[in-house]
Design a binder for this molecule. Structure first.
Ligand code: FPP
Length: 249
């Protein structure tokens, strides 16, 4: 999952190591448009998108960012042509199989979040073995949102909490934000400090609705397959110019 090292491995001097985001989330948009611009089938955009993701993971690791969360497939993406959906499912499976050794060598902990039960069984098995194998890796937490929807995540958390109340394991007045967060897929991950979206659209598209409450947003017109270290550098630079107030003065 980690791309080959490049000359730009060091943190660029205009970035402040003390004020890096701990957790970066990314909406990888624009694969289809990238392919269309080049006269290629859409799936080639997804194929190249994997390279961008590997490069970003490598960069986060090099620069000491502890968590990266990527939106790979939304619960709405099932509405795409069957060929494209099937390609994406087999792409996830293939990449996981091919990159597991490197994730172990690079100390990457991979986790998939979303309604995973609806994914093809062979992909579920690959996910399970990658999650189990990398579970104790510590350098970076890499979370892939697949068949993920923020509203659905919130609803499943409500349901799990309601069941505990019904069984008498929990009193309604014990429900607070901390307890609620423990029932989200991202329970031990923490909220993203910086949320990046490529290809210019200014929306969250049902990604991390709860967790992004105070995330700094960065939108670039660059299409995902062209998102590289320079682009990430610009995103972090922009993040470091901001004053985060979390609703306070
Ligand atoms: C959005 O572009 C991209 C996706 C729906 C798929 C993203 C998936 C990857 C990059 C593969 C990741 C692989 C692993 C193993 C995590 P789009 O198709 O919506 O582009 P468009 O808006 O230009 O049509």
């Amino acid at each position: 999952m980690i791309a080959k090292q490049t000359a730009l491995q060091q943190l660029p001097p205009d970035l402040d190591r003390e004020r890096l985001p701990n957790h970066v989330a990314v909406i990888m948009d624009g694969n289809g448009r990238w392919a269309k611009q080049k006269g290629l089938p859409r799936i080639m955009g997804h194929q190249r998108g994997v390279d961008s993701l590997k490069a970003l993971l490598r960069c986060c690791k090099d620069w000491g960012i502890g968590a990266l969360t990527a939106y790979a497939f939304s619960s709405e993406n099932w509405g795409r042509p069957l060929d494209e959906v099937n390609f994406l499912m087999s792409l996830f499976e293939r990449v996981l199989r091919q990159e597991l050794k490197e994730m172990m060598a690079e100390n990457v902990q991979i986790r998939f979040v979303g309604n995973l039960e609806a994914l093809p069984k062979s992909l579920q098995a690959e996910i399970e073995s990658a999650m189990t194998a990398t579970r104790n890796n510590k350098d970076i937490k890499f979370t892939v949102a697949t068949n993920y929807g923020g509203r659905q995540e919130i609803v499943q958390a409500c349901r799990a909490i309601a069941e505990k109340v019904q069984r008498g394991q929990l009193q309604p007045d014990q429900i607070d934000e901390i307890l609620f967060e423990r029932h989200l897929y991202t329970a031990d991950l923490g909220d993203p400090d910086l949320l990046i979206r490529t290809s210019g659209e200014m929306r969250l598209s049902n990604f991390l609705l709860w967790q992004a409450a105070y995330s700094e947003l960065y939108v670039t017109d660059t299409l995902w397959p062209d998102f590289d270290r320079e682009e990430f550098h610009r995103a972090i630079y922009s993040y470091q110019q901001r004053h985060r107030r979390f609703g306070k003065l």
